[in-house]
Write a protein that binds this ligand. Structure first.
Ligand SMILES: Cc1cc2nc3c(=O)[nH]c(=O)nc-3n(C[C@H](O)[C@H](O)[C@H](O)COP(=O)(O)OP(=O)(O)OC[C@H]3O[C@@H](n4cnc5c(N)ncnc54)[C@H](O)[C@@H]3O)c2cc1C
Ligand code: SF4
Length: 340
C-alpha cells in the first residue's frame, strides 16, 4: 500500500488567507482543491511539501456566474461535475462542458475542480509511478534524476499536459485570474503554458488561481470536445481535441480553432485551421473539404511521443480522425466525441 507523507493541512476561509499561507511557505506548500491528482502524486513522492492549503472552506472560489455581456466567470474551486451540468456553460461554452464531463470518472468529477484541472501537473508513464518503481529506473529529470527515458539524451522533460479543460479553455480564449500576496493579475490562458514538462506554467507556488473567465462568444458559436482514451469510463486522454467554430447568420465559418492536448508539455494549437475553414458554409461539400484540410494540417503538425501510455503511431493516426469527427460534431451542435 502506498502511504501519504506527513504534512499539515491549513484550512483558510478567504482568498487573502490562502495567499498569505502560500507566501509564508513558498515551495513547501501546495494548494489542494479536490485532491484527485495531488494526493496520488504525493503517494508517489513526487512533491516535497510540509503544508497543504485546502480550498474547501473558501466559498468565494465556487460557482458559475454569467459574465459581462454574455461570457462566463467560473470560480476555480467549482467542481467539474457542476461545470459539466451547468446550463449556462452548456449553452455559452459547450466545448468546456463536454471536456469537463469527460474528465476521469464520476467520483473524480464530484471532487475534482476546474481550477485543479487547469493547474494539473504534466503526466508521463515514467513519472506517475511509485518511488520504488522510479528508483529501479534511476529516476528521471522531472524528479530525483538526471535522465529522460522518453527522449534519450534529452535535456528537457517532455511530460504531457493531460488536462481536458486546457484545450477547451484555450479554444475559447479564456483568461485566468490569479492572486498572490503581491496582488491580482489576469493572464490569457495562451500565456499560461511553458514547453517544459517539469513545470509547464509561468505561475509560481505562491499563485492561486481564483477564477476562469470565458469571454462572450459570437452568436453563431459552436464548440465540441473529442477524447481518445483506453477506458471510456475513467481514463486520462490519449488525445484530446477541442474545437471552436464561429459562424455568421448564413452558417458560413468566420473563425475556427482546433487545440489538442496529451501530446507535449503544453496544449497545441493547430496552425492555419481558421484559414482552411473560413468561408465554408456548414453542411456543404466545401465544408467537408475544409474539414479534411484541417484534419490534414493537424496530422502534419502533431507528433505524439512515447511520454504517455498508448502507441505514438496509433495516437498520431487518430489525430485526423478525432479532428474530423469533432469538427463535424461542432457543426451539428453535437458532441462530445468519444468511444465507450
Ligand atoms: C484515475 C484518474 C483518472 C483521471 N483522469 C483524468 C482525465 O481523464 N482528464 C483529466 O484532465 N484529469 C484526470 N485526472 C486528474 C484529476 O482528477 C483532474 O485533473 C481534476 O480536475 C483535478 O482537480 P482537483 O481539484 O482534484 O485538483 P487537485 O488534485 O487538488 O490539484 C491538482 C493540482 O492543481 C493545483 N491546484 C488546485 N487548485 C488550484 C488553484 N485554485 N490555484 C492554484 N493551483 C491549484 C494543486 O496544487 C495541484 O498541483 C484523473 C485522476 C485519476 C486519479
Ligand atoms: S518526459 Fe522524461 S524527464 Fe519528463 S517525466 Fe518523462 S521520463 Fe521523466
Amino acid at each position: 500500500m502506498l502511504r501519504l507523507p506527513a504534512f499539515r493541512v491549513a484550512r483558510p476561509r478567504t482568498v487573502d488567507e490562502v495567499c498569505a499561507l502560500l507566501a509564508e511557505h513558498g515551495a513547501r506548500a501546495r494548494v489542494v482543491a479536490g485532491g484527485t491528482d495531488l494526493l496520488p502524486n504525493l503517494k508517489h513522492e513526487l512533491y516535497d511539501i510540509d503544508v497543504l492549503v485546502a480550498l474547501s472552506d473558501v466559498d468565494e472560489l465556487r460557482g458559475v456566474r454569467a459574465g459581462e455581456s454574455g461570457g462566463l466567470s467560473i470560480g476555480a474551486a467549482t467542481t467539474l461535475a457542476e461545470v459539466a451540468a451547468s446550463e449556462l456553460v452548456r449553452e455559452r461554452a459547450p466545448v468546456l462542458a463536454q471536456a469537463c464531463g469527460l474528465v476521469a470518472g464520476p467520483q473524480h468529477r464530484t471532487m475534482g475542480t476546474l481550477g485543479g484541472n487547469v493547474m494539473l501537473d504534466t503526466r508521463c508513464q515514467w513519472i506517475n509511478q511509485s518511488y520504488f518503481w522510479r528508483q529501479a529506473l534511476g529516476f528521471c529529470l522531472k524528479k530525483d534524476g538526471t535522465l529522460c527515458h522518453v527522449v534519450q539524451g534529452g535535456q528537457k522533460c517532455v511530460a504531457a499536459a493531460s488536462n481536458d479543460s486546457a484545450p477547451a479553455l484555450t479554444s475559447l480564449n479564456a483568461t485566468l485570474a490569479f492572486q498572490s500576496s503581491a496582488g491580482r493579475r489576469a493572464l490569457p490562458i495562451e500565456e499560461l503554458w511553458r514547453a517544459d514538462g517539469i513545470w509547464n506554467k509561468v505561475t509560481g507556488p505562491e499563485d492561486l488561481l481564483v477564477s476562469i473567465e470565458v469571454p462572450a462568444q459570437v452568436a453563431g458559436h459552436r464548440g465540441a470536445y473529442g477524447k481518445l482514451r483506453d477506458r471510456g469510463s475513467i481514463d486520462f486522454p490519449l488525445l484530446g481535441v477541442a474545437v471552436r467554430l464561429d459562424c455568421d447568420d448564413r452558417e458560413a465559418v468566420v473563425d475556427a480553432d482546433v487545440v489538442l492536448v496529451a501530446l507535449q508539455a503544453r496544449p497545441v494549437r493547430v496552425k492555419h485551421v481558421s484559414d482552411a475553414l473560413r468561408g465554408a458554409v456548414l453542411g456543404t461539400d466545401a465544408f467537408a473539404e475544409a474539414v479534411e484540410e484541417a484534419a490534414r494540417l493537424a496530422h502534419k503538425q502533431c507528433h505524439p511521443l512515447p511520454n504517455i501510455p498508448g502507441d505514438p503511431d496509433y495516437r498520431r493516426a487518430m489525430i485526423p480522425v478525432y479532428v474530423r469527427r469533432t469538427l463535424r460534431a461542432a457543426a451539428e451542435r453535437g458532441g462530445p466525441v468519444h468511444h465507450l
